[in-house]
Write a new protein. Structure first.
Length: 101
C-alpha cells in the first residue's frame, strides 16, 4: 500500500479514538458512540491531511513505514478528531438550547 493510504488509515483510526476519548471525558459534549466515532474520524482525516501539508516530514517515505511519521500522524489525527468532536458537540448543544425556547 502507498504511504498516503497508510497515513489516511492511521488518521481515521486515531481521530475516532480521539473523538471517543473526548466524548467519554466530557459528558456534556458526548455525541454517543457512533457520533463520536464519525466526527472524530472525519476530523482526524481532515486535520491529519492539513498537518501533513504543513509538515511534509510527516508524509513518510514511499515504500517504507517510518515510525516517527506514523506516530506524528496518529497524534495529529487524534487531536484533530478530538477538536472536531468538541466543536460538533458545542454546536449540537447550542442548537438544542435554541429549540427549547
Amino acid at each position: 500500500m502507498s504511504a498516503t493510504i497508510i497515513n489516511l488509515i492511521i488518521q481515521l483510526v486515531a481521530g475516532a479514538v480521539g473523538g471517543n476519548a473526548v466524548g467519554a471525558g466530557l459528558k456534556d459534549l458526548n455525541l454517543g458512540p457512533l457520533g463520536n466515532t464519525i466526527a472524530g474520524a472525519l476530523g482526524g482525516a481532515g486535520g491529519g491531511q492539513i498537518l501533513t501539508a504543513l509538515l511534509p516530514m510527516l508524509a513518510g517515505t514511499a515504500g517504507n513505514v517510518d515510525i516517527g511519521a506514523a506516530l506524528g500522524q496518529a497524534v495529529g489525527g487524534g487531536v484533530a478528531g478530538a477538536i472536531v468532536t468538541v466543536v460538533v458537540g458545542l454546536i449540537k448543544n447550542m442548537m438544542a438550547g435554541q429549540q427549547a425556547r
